[in-house]
Design a protein around this ligand. Structure first.
Ligand code: HXC
Length: 513
């Protein structure tokens, strides 16, 4: 073998060793647990053959606890860049087969490198998390690595999309990097996130709880609202992230990518004329309306299991990505409560940060009354949604399908807080409160006179619980037939596509937290 051949052979061997991570036994263990390896996940996530790995031969520099004798090429994270649908993405995937994917100084430096490159090039970062947390053998160097990552997460927030998938353990301080990113995807029954695990909880609070109950995918997708998406397995998780990225621009200076659609922009849908029940107390499924008006029936819902009284998600209309915020009358009558307000507020801010127009579909009886809500701070949480809609400068189109009562009318992207086009159906009821409640207060002295009260309710309904008062004032730009909804919203999106609006210059606002 020539000297040259020898060098290439050595290089090939090193590559092979690096690609094996913590070795075949640990890879088999990972597979037996129903999980893919870091490299397999990246393969699934990115366009075939597009991944370029960086820092493949990095090793840790730790010497304590005999660590100088245990080194793995790559040191527990696979990082680099590649493409999704031909667009540049940065990615890091923690490799659980090497020291449990734990974060060392060297490992953190690899993640930091791709985060810095992503900011310089204006491209998204996707983090695939599967880690035992801070590298226990390293101590403060590992903690410093986490903090360096958190800092970059914050600086990147609103500049480039940051997506996290939690595909295994994610414990302790490790949860805070995903928490700052825009969306968290979790895999059912195979991933968990918590600040302190079941053992610590048992010692401190004497509660007994399993990992799954404490921090599994469904806990965070339905109870805590920490996570936004769930997948059945790693493969589905990677496909869903690809799909999510198709709605997002690469950075805050770009518009989201248009997609040619064969769905007619003038398509009318007569069945929508029957969707809103004549009885205002009857529920209907707002998702039917969403699916009927968007391109090709394709709705990418975010947080489908959390605060189901409000629906958020991405779709395209006339090929243009939009963020949809819609009250759901089929769940708690579509009322606004703490969870619905915070869920929608964060989504509105995301869409605004990344130039994604907002389409708001409104049917809301008001804010949820009760001590639980008041003590829980519905005032400040409801204010978040109001704040988010008001500060958003992207095109804002609102349609009131039925109820728009009280403060909820103002909050749900009303004309007064900057919506560009406000539609209403003829079935809309825009008033301070529902007819029965209003009459109870206005005619308190005559409540015993049932005939009078019934008449007064009817009167209120005719005069106030309609879209016409608001239309007279110009608060509603146009009353439309439900069958024309798609066409009307697309026209409004086209009309507003060059919208240019800037809020006053400031360091930052002070959203009620
Ligand atoms: C170094 C670690 C490690 C860690 C796991 N490993 N976690 N090595 N530092 N944090 C190693 C194990 O020694 C083992 O090595 C391999 O990874 C696989 O771990 P197992 O325990 O065999 O796997 P499993 O049974 O699946 O359990 C996974 C686990 C458990 C639940 C994550 O490993 C665990 O509890 N790890 C410690 C978690 C933790 O307390 N982390 C620190 C959190 S505090 P071998 O060689 O046997 O394969 C924190 C502070 C950050 O993160 C603060 C930032 C603000």
């Amino acid at each position: 073998m020539s000297l040259l051949e020898d060098k290439y052979k050595q290089f090939e061997e090193k590559n092979k060793v690096a690609e094996l991570g913590g070795g075949q036994v640990r890879i088999d263990k990972q597979h037996a647990a129903g999980r893919k390896t870091a490299r397999e996940r990246i393969e699934l996530l990115l366009d075939p053959g597009s991944f370029v790995e960086l820092d493949k031969f990095v090793t840790h520099r730790s010497t304590d606890f005999g660590m100088d004798k245990t080194k793995f090429l790559g040191d527990g994270v696979v990082s680099g860049y590649g493409k999704i649908d031909g667009r540049l993405m940065y990615v890091f995937a923690q490799d659980f087969t090497v020291f449990g994917g734990s974060l060392s100084r060297a490992n953190a430096d690899k993640i930091i490198k791709v985060m810095d490159l992503a900011m310089k090039m204006g491209a998204p970062v996707i983090g695939l998390n599967d880690s035992g947390g801070a590298r226990i053998q390293e101590g403060v160097e590992s903690l410093a690595g986490y903090a360096d990552i958190f800092y970059r997460n914050v600086m990147s927030s609103g500049v480039i999309p940051q997506i996290s998938a939690v595909l295994g353990p994610c414990a302790g301080g490790a949860v805070y990097s995903p928490a700052i990113t825009d969306f968290i995807m979790m895999v059912k029954e195979n991933s968990y996130m918590f600040v302190t695990g079941p053992d610590v909880i048992k010692t401190v609070t004497h509660e007994e709880v399993t990992q799954e109950e404490l921090g599994g995918a469904m806990t965070h997708n339905s109870k805590s609202g920490v996570a936004h998406l769930t997948a059945d397995d790693d493969e589905q998780a990677m496909m869903m992230i690809r799909e999510l990225m198709s709605f997002l621009p690469s950075n805050n200076m770009e518009d989201p990518p248009m997609k040619v659609s064969s769905d007619d922009i003038n398509r009318i849908d007569k069945k929508l004329n029957e969707l809103i029940p004549a009885d205002p107390n009857k529920p209907y499924d707002m998702k039917e309306l969403i699916h009927a008006i968007i391109d090709e029936n394709h709705f990418f819902e975010i947080m489908p299991y959390y605060a189901e009284n409000i629906i958020i998600g991405f779709a395209r209309m006339g090929g243009r990505p939009v963020g949809i915020v819609a009250n759901q009358p089929a769940y708690l009558a579509g009322v606004l409560d703490i969870n619905a307000s915070t869920k929608a507020a964060r989504f509105v801010r995301f869409c605004d940060a990344f130039n994604i127009p907002l389409v708001t579909l409104e049917d809301v009886p008001g804010f949820l009354p009760g001590t639980a809500q008041e003590f829980g701070g519905i005032i400040k949480h409801g204010a978040k949604l109001l704040y988010a809609f008001a500060e958003a400068t992207v095109p804002k189109i609102t349609l009131i399908t039925r109820k728009a009562y009280g403060g909820a009318y103002d909050v749900m992207s009303s004309k007064h807080i900057g919506a560009d086009i406000n539609f209403a159906y003829p079935t809309a009821e825009i008033a301070v409160m529902g007819p029965a409640g209003a009459v109870n207060i206005i005619h308190r002295a005559k409540l015993a006179d049932q005939e009078f009260i019934a008449e007064a309710v009817e009167d209120y309904k005719n005069n106030f619980a309609s879209p016409y008062k608001a239309a007279q004032m110009g608060y509603i730009d146009e009353i439309i037939y439900p069958q024309d909804t798609r066409k009307k919203i697309i026209q409004a999106l086209e009309m507003t596509q060059n919208k240019s609006k800037n809020n006053p210059a400031k360091k930052h606002g002070n959203i009620p937290l």
